[in-house]
Design a protein around this ligand. Structure first.
Ligand SMILES: Nc1ncnc2c1ncn2[C@@H]1O[C@H](COP(=O)(O)OP(=O)(O)OP(=O)(O)O)[C@@H](O)[C@H]1O
Length: 467
């Protein structure tokens, strides 16, 4: 039997909802079977002298989201996890880690709704919690984590594996096309996946939930949004054991008003860490716009930016899959090296595309909202909104208001953990200009104009913003 489920970039795709007859034994952990993605960010602090100084300065500055007074030792973590953290090159916790970890690790466990700007280290906070709560003598799933895309699930898993390097943690994915269809019993401690596949595996009892203690939603506002993944996420929660406590942890850089109430119901009596509206975007990201004459001019401008896009790495966001494919095919035919990624590609292809980009083999990635959230690639110093994100991408309505949350997440693919980055919005008519103005108002940050006909000025402005 198949039903329709909404995928990550808002399109409906058929998924199997009933299981074929289960036949054989348990499943090898993901860490044994295939690479969970890139290695830890061992170059994080030492990548350049400049970054090292900036990061240290920011971690001393009380105004910075990276600031903390404590050390990782103060946070009550197990020795094996401390080793994992230092092995990843982290020296001090960020503000969200310092504030959230003592609450997350306290006993009895309390639910948490945590908000902190993009790129400030939320993943480490929830991964450390999952790892801290595992009883390694039991070979049963004990921590489940859901993310909105397979790319993000794979990235989160790479953090679980890196932080758990000195523990005996066993891991498994709940993402499409990863497990053999006849898998019967996952014994891994930590399972990371997307909601459709997680639901399917739980329904078929491939995941035994009897020992689950922690349930994490990364990008929680997106995971709970009733126009998006909300139903599927709720289904997963409803299959968790009743009668014994499961710690529910919700993290995101954004929690728009319309999901806050549902989040509080989903994670009752949660400790809350919230941001003020004016704190939502990251200061290290300089925002620009370019006035294009029409759609065709947008393409010409993008091509003329190619040499700047490849100084580091860049992500170009489009509204539709076909736009991403069309631009990328055209640029490729004109001799430029670009890749395109969206939810209509199959699993193997998606993994190869993001891995190529992550490892720097491709420098320009043209995509949709599918990777607007969570993806952490430190070399990305430029984000282009070829099309501005609109509310109608979420729910297929006629709502042409800008989607401010998605905008925040898209530009947050750059400027990670104190780094500098720039974002450029293409506007091409009155409507798109007004949409951008609404984003500007919502964030309370000026978006600066760059001339489209003066490449030298453009280059100079951009390089200055990245210094
Ligand atoms: N304490 C730390 N010291 C140094 N680097 C850190 C620390 N914590 C996290 N990082 C690094 O900062 C980067 C951003 O972290 P992470 O991906 O967890 O951000 P996030 O808050 O989840 O962002 P988003 O909202 O975009 O999902 C990662 O490369 C991570 O390895």
């Amino acid at each position: 039997m198949a039903s329709l489920e909404k995928d990550e970039d808002g399109f409906y795709t058929p998924v199997a909802t009933s299981a074929p007859a289960a036949t054989s034994g348990s499943v090898a952990p993901a860490s044994d079977r295939k690479s969970p993605g890139p290695g830890p960010n061992s170059d994080l602090i030492s990548s350049t002298f400049e970054v090292m100084v900036t990061l240290a300065d920011q971690q001393e500055n009380p105004e910075s989201p990276l600031y903390s007074v404590k050390t990782f030792e103060n946070l009550g973590l197990h020795q094996d996890l401390l080793k994992g953290i230092y092995d990843m090159g982290f020296s001090k916790p960020s503000k969200i880690q310092e504030r959230a970890l003592p609450l997350l690790l306290s006993n009895p466990p309390m639910n948490m709704i945590g908000q902190s700007q993009s790129g400030t280290g939320k993943t480490a906070a929830f991964v450390l919690t999952m790892l801290s709560r595992i009883d390694f003598t039991k070979n049963k799933p004990q921590a489940l984590c859901l993310a909105p895309s397979r790319e993000l699930a794979r990235q989160i898993m790479s953090v679980v594996v890196a932080m758990g390097k000195f523990t005996n943690v066993q891991t498994e994915y709940a993402i499409k096309d990863n497990l053999p269809r006849n898998a019967t019993n996952i014994t891994a401690h930590v399972i990371v996946g997307t909601p459709g596949t997680m639901t399917d595996l739980m329904r078929r009892k491939v995941i035994d939930v009897s020992e689950v203690k922690v349930f994490v939603l990364d990008e929680a506002d997106n995971m709970l949004d009733q126009d998006g993944l909300g139903d599927q996420t709720l289904r997963v929660k409803n299959m968790l054991p009743r009668g014994r406590p499961v710690q529910i942890i919700l993290f995101s850089a954004t929690f728009p008003d319309h999901v806050r109430a549902f989040a509080s119901k989903f994670a009752p009596n949660a400790n809350k860490i919230e941001l003020q509206k004016e704190e939502l975007s990251v200061d290290g990201i300089r925002q620009f716009y370019m006035d294009c004459r029409n759609e065709e001019h947008k393409y010409d401008i993008l091509v003329s930016l190619y040499s700047l896009l490849t100084i580091g790495q860049s992500i170009i966001f489009c509204q539709h899959r076909h736009t991403a494919d069309r631009i990328s095919a055209r640029m490729t035919a004109e001799g430029h090296k670009v890749a395109s990624l969206h939810g209509a590609k199959d699993a193997v292809e998606r993994d190869a595309i993001i891995d190529n980009f992550r490892e720097g083999r491709d420098k320009v990635l043209i995509t949709t909202n599918v990777i607007a959230r969570g993806i952490d690639i430190l070399q990305v110093n430029m984000v282009v909104n070829y099309d501005l994100p609109l509310m109608n991408e979420r729910d297929r309505s006629a709502d042409e208001r800008p989607d401010v949350e998605t905008y925040i997440h898209r530009i947050g693919r750059t400027g990670r953990f104190g780094r500098k980055g720039i974002s450029i919005n293409f506007v091409h008519d009155k409507k798109t200009w007004l949409q951008m103005e609404q984003i500007e108002k919502a964030l309370g940050k000026k978006i600066i104009r760059i001339e489209t006909n003066d490449l030298d000025e453009m280059e100079e402005k951009m390089k200055k913003a990245l210094k």
